[in-house]
Design a protein around this ligand. Sequence first.
Ligand SMILES: Nc1ncnc2c1ncn2[C@@H]1O[C@H](COP(=O)(O)OP(=O)(O)OP(=O)(O)O)[C@@H](O)[C@H]1O
Length: 360
Amino acid sequence: MSDDIPNKQRRAFGFPSMNFKEDELQHYTLIEIEQILHQHEWLLMDFNDMPKPDLKVLKELGNNLWRQEQQYDVKKEGEEHHKLFNQLNPEQQIVYKAVLESVYNNMGQLFFLYGAGGTGKTFVYKTIISKLRSEKRIVLPVASSGIAALLLPGGRKALSRFKIPLIVTEDSICEIKKGTMLAELLIKTNLIIWDEAPMSHRHTFEVLDRTLRDFLSTEDSSASEKPFGGKTVLLGGDFRQILPVIPNGTRADTVGGEAKEYLSSHSIGKEDTVGADYEALYPVEYLNSLEFPGLPKHKITLKKGVPIMLLRNINQKEGMCNGTRMIVTNLGEIVIEAEIVTGTHVGKKVFIPRIILSPP
Ligand SMILES: Nc1ncnc2c1ncn2[C@@H]1O[C@H](COP(=O)(O)OP(=O)(O)OP(=O)(O)O)[C@@H](O)[C@H]1O
């Protein structure tokens, strides 16, 4: 009877590669038997010798998010860990040991792994992640940005993983309800790794901290007094990679660099105007404020290093077509120098002149 259970549950959970342990199969089979007995007005309880399904285990098995974290191939993770661990340098080993000691002994320590770019932080995260996943423990690796999250195995953006509200205040909490799959997963998590931590506002960590204290205090009342409810948390990043903090500064002040304004035209040609009345009726400021579909604004502000996209085919042979993305490398008086970052001409420097456009 249990032979059909894996296929049935794989279909139900939508995991074609889902594996089941012997005892998990037993619980599912007992539930099936219970359902058949119900049809004949019997219960499993009526048979003293029959084992009973454990509802707590079944609740766990029904948690898709927990399931996902349990689907890692233990053998592969073990091999990955073996490969990475043997390469750790002495400093990386210190971090590795300290974090794992806290996880194994439920010490709930909070770590900060600080290092300049390229010094091997992600390497340490990966070694720790593979070690814990090879032991079927749960690690939730997140990063402040989506790009950094992609570098972590099974990594997610912190805001979406923990359902942190976009606008966080001193009293916000994660948008996770108690008893949901995500709440249960957080309770079971052994380690949280948060890369690029200095890029996130203090309030985002406090939101997670408050939420974990709340969830974990239902099982252990002292959790409300512990940072992150007593979970081991490894924050990491490089303070040199954050944006400078400028008190009362505007967005432009924070990003830095000199901005340059480009106008579609410096003046209206005499031949385009029809008498003084017309000028009074349609002042230059008004004309410049008009926006038409298919035409860029009258004024654009650019800086070195900003990404831009062409909206016209300028020179297809040179890779400058509608949709080509570039990074601005130099700002001339009426010409912009940029480097192509997409397509077959990646890395090529091109010049974008001012061009005459009319609505399509
Ligand atoms: N102990 C090590 N042995 C071999 N290679 C290593 C070791 N530590 C790091 N590396 C390699 O060095 C490079 C940079 O490491 P890593 O990406 O972990 O740095 P990082 O500190 O996370 O950088 P960033 O902050 O820019 O993300 C990677 O290619 C990584 O594989």
